[in-house]
Design a protein around this ligand. Sequence first.
Ligand SMILES: Cc1cc2nc3c(=O)[nH]c(=O)nc-3n(C[C@H](O)[C@H](O)[C@H](O)COP(=O)(O)O)c2cc1C
Length: 286
Amino acid sequence: MAFVSGVTPYIIAVFSVVIVCFWIQSLREKKAKESKGATDSSSKVRRWVDQDLQDDTEILPQHDEFDLPHVPYAPPRYPVDVMLERSQDFYTLMDQRRSVRFISPEPVPREVIDNVIRTAGTSPSGAHTEPWTFVVVSDPHTKHKIRTIVEDEEEVNYRQRMGEKWVKDLARIRTTWVKEYLDVAPYLVLVFKQTYGIASGGKRKTHYYNEISVSVACGILLAALQNVGLVTVTSTPLNCGPRLRALLQRPANEKLLMLLPVGYPSASATVPDLKRKPLGDIAVAI
Ligand SMILES: Cc1cc2nc3c(=O)[nH]c(=O)nc-3n(C[C@H](O)[C@H](O)[C@H](O)COP(=O)(O)O)c2cc1C
């Protein structure tokens, strides 16, 4: 008994030391967890990635860019009067561009389409990632399957998904969910944005500002079509992306941005009599 009461203070001391050690250890672990959390959340703020545009990517060092040689660049330079004339001519050409929903089945040389797409591919792109894929469909069965998918979804869009205002706004330009041009046009060009690339080794490669880059390329494509006298209607088939991507067997990193039926206008084509804003309404001089 005397022995037990003699060692009790030692037992209490040892227990106290063990408890203090556990407490210090748990404090250390807590701190380590907190600082790891801070690193994680700061790594979530990804540089050069606009979250809203769903650039679903991770940053990888792209060393090859450091080795890129720079070469002299001297594009043609025009006298001022020629510049004026060219700017006026190009404006006149582009001012004639209209969205045409009545397209002729008349064949168009494939080489012209290839050149138009080559031209679109000259577009600038974030860090020269060229995040676009242009799928050119001329096979009648595939065109018809595309039409079926688009009309299926568009009917639901018009009848259920979109509000009254949307339907009213579209009524002005007389569009409906029936898209005959998807069967008739000799080509359907489906433009996909690549939300990320695949680097060698299979890792994801950042496609900076891919949606803006592909939109710029589409603008150039529209200008190139206008330049050769072909027409299209810029269409963004709502909710059709996944089904069309599956039909055309495009990979998961590609998202449908636009669908452009391409051909000559049909002989009886009409367009809404829209007016464009004058320069004073679209440009601000400071
Ligand atoms: C991003 C975008 C999406 C469009 N989506 C459609 C569409 O789904 N269906 C359609 O018939 N027209 C569509 N249009 C065409 C517009 O209705 C057309 O550009 C507008 O009425 C002006 O006419 P214009 O192109 O003849 O100048 C779209 C245009 C843009 C720029």
